[in-house]
Design a protein around this ligand. Sequence first.
Ligand SMILES: Cc1cc2nc3c(=O)[nH]c(=O)nc-3n(C[C@H](O)[C@H](O)[C@H](O)COP(=O)(O)OP(=O)(O)OC[C@H]3O[C@@H](n4cnc5c(N)ncnc54)[C@H](O)[C@@H]3O)c2cc1C
Length: 475
Amino acid sequence: MRETPDRAAPRPDRGNRRPSRRSPRRRKAVPSQPLQPPAPPMRLAPRTLRAGIAAGALAVTVLWALRAEPSARLDALFASGAHLSGLLAGYGILTMLFLMARVPAVEHGVGADRLARWHAFGGRYVLSLCAGHAVLALCGYAAHTGADLLTAVSDLLGYAGIAAALAGTVLLAAVGVTSARAVRARLPHETWRAVHFLTYLGAALAFAHQLVGPSIASSAVSVWLWSMAHATVAVLVIWYRVVVPVRQALRHSLRVVSVRHESPDVVSVVMQGIGLSQLQAEPGQFFRWRFLQRRIWHTALPFSLSAPVRDDTLRITVKAVGNHTRRIRRLRTGTRVLAAGPFGAMTAHRRTRRKVLLLAGGVGITPMRVLYETLPAGPGELTLLYRAHNAAQLVLRDELEEIAHRRQAALHYLLGPSDSSFDPLAPQALRNLIPDLADHDVFLCGPPGMAAAATASLAKAGVPADRIHSEQFTY
Ligand SMILES: Cc1cc2nc3c(=O)[nH]c(=O)nc-3n(C[C@H](O)[C@H](O)[C@H](O)COP(=O)(O)OP(=O)(O)OC[C@H]3O[C@@H](n4cnc5c(N)ncnc54)[C@H](O)[C@@H]3O)c2cc1C
């Protein structure tokens, strides 16, 4: 079923109204705009990051090759394989930490969801390299000494560096097991996250082991380079995951000023702070929010902005799907908020065409609502398709219709159950709505199943993959 909105008379934008009387306290008169226009944010393109990671792996292999002594002896071959796999595992651990360091240029260029996918994918290789390294080292020792494998294990564990490495590997394996899809789905997010923190301890133990290993310890230059690489990543992690969020919390002093019910299970939360334009949040981006209220303060949840940053207010629109999101409905005005961000790469910089299709499913409407209002576009160049089960599930509808009217942009609601015989996202259905679909950039945000189906349909309808820009609300 398709429903097209009436062209209603323009209504005042209900996005981020500045709540004057309900404001929790009088704020200092701080200019919301910095005096100098801020420099555009730096962005690292995904292919540049991939090339950098590959170049690092190559450099590590060269480091190994420079130290390797050619030999046909079995123990030497095992040892050589152990050194290479160990070095690559150490480099892999460092790379995994770097991907999750929340460096703005990486987050804004590559995107948090893609980084999380690379991290999950790369983590499997790192664990395999750790296991390969342990087995090869054990076989090399056994072949060298003539000991059986059990004796070799007990001999090797007598070395402090090797015992530490084994402990580190066990910790990393625990992180890997709890991240396996089947296990993670059964764990509360906080438990999974707490186990994930063990990665830092595992990485530190692995680093200590590598520093005394022959591939690194044999040259002062390689010790220095390896230590510098680890120190750099450690500083980035501490800076961007700890110092920057704390500094932002102190500087912007964010508080909840209103909670508005959009539908039975969706609320919009408006927060007000000081100097929020300095955050340089772009339409399409998200923050990780921590609400300092009982029973919810201990978790930071990712939510996209659902309105442009305006008059020192930020707004999110949240669907209740679990315990934490249900508690957001009961947030009190005046509640202090810690917001880390902005993150996300689904912004206007990805655009390559004049014509843009925004495709939203369910609560995926939140970043689309902001892009719909702010993406530069002339009359007829912007289309929003909003997929929902039924009309009662459409949120922010008044705002969308006001924007459609004001900007002369197209807006279509695609309603109906996902198992209905008519699929409004089928290639032909999409082409019927937008005949020149193949000339569009597409920004897409929705539940995983809908996003996958829509991506396949868009490809069949002729939209090249590099013009489909999507963000997933699940990692
Ligand atoms: C980039 C991004 C932007 C998002 N924007 C919005 C939005 O604008 N509006 C909206 O309603 N929802 C949004 N979400 C989804 C929202 O974050 C989840 O629905 C919410 O975290 C679920 O919390 P819960 O504890 O109530 O549900 P649960 O049932 O406990 O969890 C549901 C799912 O959310 C995941 N999750 C739970 N806590 C976290 C966390 N702290 N960090 C990451 N994932 C978590 C769980 O692993 C699970 O897959 C976004 C998600 C991401 C990743």
